[in-house]
Design a protein around this ligand. Structure first.
Ligand code: HEM
Length: 581
């Protein structure tokens, strides 16, 4: 027995030594400037941010090791971006290097490179727990095929046709009026409500299915779903180390780990997948029968079943893949929109003048709608509201809930750079060679704030949302806008030369062949809720409480309260009813 154990141990040691040797002898990015690690074992000291200042203590600690815990530039108030630029070398466990990227030219290259810059294997496997082998997991030819079958259900006409359903659900928030106290106000915990509202909307629009979680606090699927995302934040050091180690393993080993590891978040994820698969099975059978009987509906799942039936046999989805699409849409399509809405209310409480202007435009449009004899907003009404659209884009820019995206190079690559980069050894480079398998952390948040604009705004205008909003409005008229102040030129054209993203030159919905397939759906859904909420309520927050709100880096960026992180997502907003027209 003993010789066997010894031989196995020796093999494992040899394998680790070989892996490390391969990593250390390949094209290296270690000469790229970045924050120094305080621990070789764990990489960049996770507690660094906590210690560095009281202000940053309010932000989630930095864990650059875990794919989904990599500290985004957003959290560090863009300190690294200001210090090191748009290509930053980060240290992972055991001295491994990865790059944090927000450089527009490098990103443009990456997002035009198809599957040569692919989704990171560990991230893909983690996605599989929740969504199965669906669109968010797939790669290469499988991804291409799945995307082709899914796309017809997510077109502009389809998204516009769902507006009445979005509005009907948004209308339900008027029930909050029933709980107003004697002083005409009450406090609502925004993320708690929105997660359920947006899950119910997805149920109806995507599957013609009533989850009913708005009225049933104990719905098993909603309860399981709501525990997954928060449980992915604040990991312990052991977990960080184990997850970091996964990057050294072949994908099949990662799969085995993800399938059997006893972590709470993984257990929750598997539970959600089991529940969702049960519901999906019933629905797919129902939709297939309806299709045969010529009674197919317009929900996404029916469109998907229809597109799948008409695709040629080799190009269509298997039954397991159709089920996985349902899990994918359900997971990707509700926490994202729900948390974007929570951050919107937070910004509106901080910018009462923006709130008032927004309400004025909504009320003016409502008067026009009534004058033509209608009662509800249409997609065209939303599109006609310039200020509301500007607020929405600004929230998407400032609060991209999906703040990073993890990629890896499938072969040796050379990344072009927007600006020359000076390495630690003093060399100036205009392009950057990277080795196969280099981990690339795309900072979607960093890109959204890149250019002189954000540095200037953060330095001079703490209420940056409002300020940029004003520029956005003026640039909507002139297409370009520049402001001279204290010798700095701020131009919205910074990024105009390198177009990225699917909406508003923002990376909020990603870019390229893996961009968010539901972005049009999200835009209309968001507008329907924003209009309904601002039309009916005024939002405010006690400034002391507002100063304790943290951006908690989880699978999506969640609002939490400093000192109460364990209680999960919290954003208590005071609401007061607005007189209806
Ligand atoms: C504000 C709301 C949303 C945001 C910020 C958002 C953001 C994103 C981002 C950044 C990606 C790309 C991730 C990557 O690069 O790997 C993505 C992918 C995806 N999103 Fe969204 N999303 C939102 C809403 C939705 C909705 C409503 C749906 C469905 C109805 C949806 C379905 C998907 C799917 C299926 C993918 C995977 C696409 C693929 O890999 O081909 N998302 N989303």
């Amino acid at each position: 027995m003993l010789p066997l154990v010894e031989s196995c141990s020796a093999l494992v040691v040899l394998w680790i030594a070989y892996t490390l040797y391969r990593r250390w002898t390949r094209i290296s990015v270690s000469d790229i400037p970045g924050p120094e690690p305080e621990s070789f074992l764990l990489g960049k000291d996770p507690l660094h941010v906590k210690r560095s200042s009281a202000r940053r203590a309010r932000q989630a600690p930095a864990y650059p090791l875990l794919p989904w815990r990599i500290k985004s530039l957003l959290q560090a108030d863009f300190k690294w971006q200001a210090q090191f630029g748009h290509i930053i070398r980060l240290k992972g466990i055991l001295g491994t290097d990865r790059l944090l990227i927000s450089d527009p030219k490098a990103l443009h290259y990456m997002y035009s490179s198809g599957y040569n810059i692919r989704k990171h294997a560990v991230r893909a496997e983690a996605t599989k727990i929740l969504t199965g082998e669906g669109l968010a997991w797939a790669s290469d030819e499988v991804h291409k095929r799945q995307r082709r079958v899914n796309s017809p259900a997510f077109g502009a006409a389809e998204a516009r046709s769902y507006v009445p359903i979005f509005t009907a659900y948004a209308n339900l928030s008027t029930k909050w009026k029933e709980s107003l106290g004697a002083d005409g106000s009450t406090v609502v915990n925004a993320p708690r409500f929105f997660t359920r509202y947006f899950l119910d909307v997805i149920g109806e629009v995507a599957f013609d299915y009533r989850f009913g979680t708005i009225n049933d606090e104990n719905d098993p699927l909603a309860t399981a779903l709501s525990s997954v995302v928060p449980s992915l934040s604040v990991p312990g050091k052991t977990r960080i180390f184990i997850m970091g180690l996964l990057e050294f393993l072949p994908v099949s080993w990662v799969r085995f780990f993800v399938d059997y590891a006893p972590f709470k978040s993984l257990r929750n994820g598997r539970r959600v997948a089991r529940l969702a698969t049960g519901i999906a099975k019933e629905l797919v059978d129902e939709k297939a029968e309806a299709l045969l009987a010529g009674k197919s509906k317009r929900d996404i799942m029916s469109l998907l079943v229809k597109a799948n039936a008409s695709a040629n046999e080799r190009a269509n989805l298997s039954e397991a893949e159709v089920l996985a699409q349902m899990q994918t849409i359900m997971t990707a399509g509700h926490e994202t929109t729900a948390n974007t809405m929570s951050w919107t209310l937070f910004e509106l409480t901080k910018n009462p003048d923006v709130q008032a202007k927004l309400r004025a435009e909504i009320q003016a449009t409502e008067r026009t709608i009534h004058a033509r004899g209608d009662t509800e907003f249409t997609a065209a009404d939303f599109e006609s509201m310039a200020y509301t659209t500007a607020v929405m884009k600004e929230i998407f820019r400032f609060h991209p809930v999906s703040y990073t995206s993890l990629r890896e190079a499938a072969r040796d690559e050379i990344l072009p750079l927007s600006k020359p980069l000076v390495t630690k050894s003093g060399k100036t480079v205009t392009e950057l060679p990277i080795a196969k398998n280099t981990v690339l952390v795309v900072s979607l948040a960093g890109y959204n704030r890149c250019g002189i604009i954000h540095v200037f705004v953060l330095l001079h205008f703490p209420r940056s949302l409002y300020f940029v909003l004003e520029i956005r409005m003026s640039s909507a008229k002139t297409h370009t806008s520049s402001i001279q102040s204290a010798g700095s030129t701020v131009s919205l054209q910074d990024k105009a030369t390198t177009k990225l993203g699917v909406y508003g030159n923002l990376m909020t919905f990603g870019s390229g062949h893996r961009a968010c397939i539901g972005w049009r759906f999200a835009v209309y859904e968001y507008q329907a809720f924003l209009v309904e909420l601002v039309k009916n309520f005024e939002f405010s927050m006690d400034p002391t409480l507002a100063s304790k709100i943290r951006r908690e880096a989880s699978l999506v960026m969640l609002p939490t309260i400093a000192g109460e992180v364990k209680l999960g997502p919290q954003l208590p907003v005071t609401i007061k009813a607005v007189e209806s027209l």
